[in-house]
Design a protein around this ligand. Structure first.
Ligand code: BEZ
Ligand code: FE
Length: 295
């Protein structure tokens, strides 16, 4: 096809979408067509290459299940999930003049499991989970520093050996997950384990892509938190273990410097919640700031 006909083809496809009644869908489809046509032209895409790409997407669909969402993993490893998170946070950030920005958000990842047990502050979600005991504490405030009482923290992580409960058996049992509500001063505290670095699932098409492109498949150790309170934008984030392997090479580009926390190491003795620890433990302290829901 001549250069003129290539341009005409793109124009014809754009014209075919021009009557889309929903203006946002029209905007999305128009930009998508412009970018994928532009991509094909930029790389002079060959039929075999495009067929291979379609087969790759097909394989992603074939392997996907509710507990194995391979398309999310593709989006994560392309940095697209993190781009969407960053756009959303820029849109939602705000608050009164002089307010500090909300805590940075990061990817949810494929291992969130709704319905974790509601537990009292101080409960241990690391019981029976391999890993070194760790005490987590901090406060939830708004962007003016006012404590948010009754804020909900839904927390989850892999274990100290780099495995999530959902990866341990085809009929997994919830582990290292729990929901906590802050006290009247906006405080939260609970026990779990020190999460280890781990590989993203790499036995599917995304793993093939990572190997073909010589990319690292590892994520640094982190604890996932979804923090919510009425009238505030729900925050999905992690706290990352400072010094964890791969801290500067996160396979899904989720690490943010503001989320990296020193996990202090303590000898056996009295922990901050007065629990007598017969073995060494770690502690991590982190305060979350939630943005007000935009008017
Ligand atoms: C996670 O942190 O659980 C995760 C995020 C993206 C891809 C794989 C795992
Ligand atoms: Fe994770």
């Amino acid at each position: 096809m001549s250069e003129y006909n290539q341009q005409k083809l793109t124009q014809d496809v754009l014209a075919a979408f021009a009557g889309t009644p929903d203006p946002r869908l029209r905007e999305l489809m128009t930009a998508l067509v412009k970018h994928i046509h532009g991509f094909a032209r930029e790389v002079d895409l060959e039929p075999d290459e495009w067929l291979a790409a379609l087969k790759f997407l097909d394989a992603i669909g074939q392997i996907s299940t509710e507990r194995r969402p391979e398309f999310i993993l593709l989006s994560d490893t392309l940095g697209l999930s993190m781009m969407v998170v960053a756009l959303q946070q820029a849109r939602a950030s705000g608050g009164a003049k002089g307010a500090t920005p909300a805590t940075e958000a990061t990817v949810e990842g494929p291992f969130y499991w709704a319905g974790a047990p509601d537990l009292p502050l101080g409960a241990d979600i690391g019981e029976g989970v391999p890993g070194e005991p760790t005490f987590y504490m901090g406060r939830v405030t708004d962007t003016n520093g006012q404590p948010l009482a009754g804020a909900l923290l839904d927390v989850w992580s892999g274990d100290g050996e780099g495995k999530y409960d959902v990866q341990l058996s085809p009929e997994p049992v919830m582990k290292a997950r729990g929901r906590f509500h802050t006290d009247a001063e906006g405080r939260y505290f609970f026990w779990s384990i020190l999460p280890a670095y781990y590989p993203i699932p790499d036995d599917g098409p995304v793993g093939d892509m990572m190997r073909a492109t010589n990319r690292s498949i590892y994520r640094p150790g982190h604890m996932h938190m979804q923090v919510s309170a009425p009238g505030h934008v729900t925050l999905t984030t992690h706290i990352f273990v400072a010094g964890s392997p791969y801290i500067d090479q996160d396979a899904v580009f989720g690490k943010r410097d503001s989320l990296v926390v020193d996990f202090d190491h303590h000898p056996p003795g009295k922990a901050p919640d007065s629990r007598e620890m017969g073995k060494p433990y770690h502690s991590a302290s982190y305060d979350f700031r939630l943005a007000p829901t935009p008017a």
